[in-house]
Ligand binder design. Sequence first.
Ligand SMILES: NC(=O)c1ccc[n+]([C@@H]2O[C@H](COP(=O)([O-])OP(=O)(O)OC[C@H]3O[C@@H](n4cnc5c(N)ncnc54)[C@H](O)[C@@H]3O)[C@@H](O)[C@H]2O)c1
Length: 444
Amino acid sequence: MSNVQKAEGKLGVLVVGLGAVSSTFMTGVLMARKGLTKPVGSMTQYDKMRVGKGADKKYLKYDQIVSMASLDDIVFGAWDVYPDNAYESAIRCEVLKEKDINPVKDELEAIVPMKAAFDHNYAKRLNGENVKTCKDRWDMTEQLRQDIRDFKAKTGVNRVVVLWAASTEVYVPINEKVHYTLADLEAAMKANDCENIAPSMCYAYAALTEGAPFIMGAPNTTVDIPAMWELAEKTKMPIAGKDFKTGQTLVKSGFAPIIGTRCLGLNGWFSTNILGNRDGLVLDEPANFRTKEVSKLSTLESILVAENQPDLYGQNCGGCGNDHDGYYHKVRINYYPPRNDDKEGWDNIDIFGWMGYPMQIKINFLCRDSILAAPLCLDLVLLSDLSARAGRYGTQRFLSFFLKSPMHDYTKNEVPVNHLFQQYVMLKNAIREMGGYEADEPID
Ligand SMILES: NC(=O)c1ccc[n+]([C@@H]2O[C@H](COP(=O)([O-])OP(=O)(O)OC[C@H]3O[C@@H](n4cnc5c(N)ncnc54)[C@H](O)[C@@H]3O)[C@@H](O)[C@H]2O)c1
């Protein structure tokens, strides 16, 4: 028997950032619920998983296993630095064709962004005017809390989830003096410590204290700090992060297991991208790219583990001249406006086989960034809402499946799970458990 609270009433989805990803997400949801498109790529809408064993086994969709909010329940709201409403944003971003936006024009126009909690030092390439005036970081947080309360009162939603789909902020290194306890974090907000308190932390703090799960879709370290884990525990709210796993990293976390399971060696993996949307523009700034780089680099290390297989991935790997310890992993993103949202990714993988003989694999992924991200937004929102109703709080590791740099308790030497198929088992087991079934698939 599932003891998850039923998904009754409306679900408010407050999105930080009303750019390419969020406007594509919103348009798709609104179009799908009119029956004008299909939510392709969304696990919560399509995936079927096994529950029960042997003669009792059945393959069910998630909402047949446990009570889930439906697309019809969703009410959108947003914050952005620029005043464009969701319709204007969808048109400007040019991800979707006008014929796929216009049928829900009225609904999109009604999604007008609230003033952003923003600090220009965190995204120097952005110059919008739709920004709150704040005394300090604490005041910033208080204003966001008020926004959430006002949104609830205005729309009558039953529950709210806050999703960060805003630009990547500059890299904020974890500072033990500020980010390790809630008391220190709050003191730093009150002292207006702008170097250590990113605006995204104010959004997260506001969401969790207002009883809303918080999802970090960018690589920001926002909720990936012990102080926020403490807050999530105190308020009994789920958190998830970080960085949507969409194109290249999805391929990497699905492809690396091929190399690992066949005990092939890896000498180097070079990943590069060209991208021309506003995300690419922000990431063209080295300090913002640093945040992304840290996130993207973490994927391979926990799948192809040097200590476990030194001949294949460690010191001795590849007879590579040994000017580097272990395989060489490099990730680049290049801002290239002509491509807009149509990102192109190249992976060159130098592997080696029997007797150390080298081989190469090339992957060229011509993808669409926001088309890949939109279903992840939907799944992360619906599953975080489910977690909250199931009484699960703190880091939701079962959502690692959707994330490039999954959160984990590094203070306890917990390792992240990046392996796509292990992540899928974690996802399925969590849903089985919440649905009152046994979590019966081993993660190995
Ligand atoms: N599309 C993908 O495949 C993908 C994958 C992983 C992560 N992401 C991340 O998702 C985020 C959104 O991507 P996008 O392509 O929609 O970018 P975008 O630039 O089109 O939209 C981001 C929006 O956030 C707004 N913004 C910035 N700081 C803000 C703040 N403090 N408060 C409110 N709004 C703010 C910007 O004005 C902009 O409109 C980025 O951080 C990106 O790195 C995207």
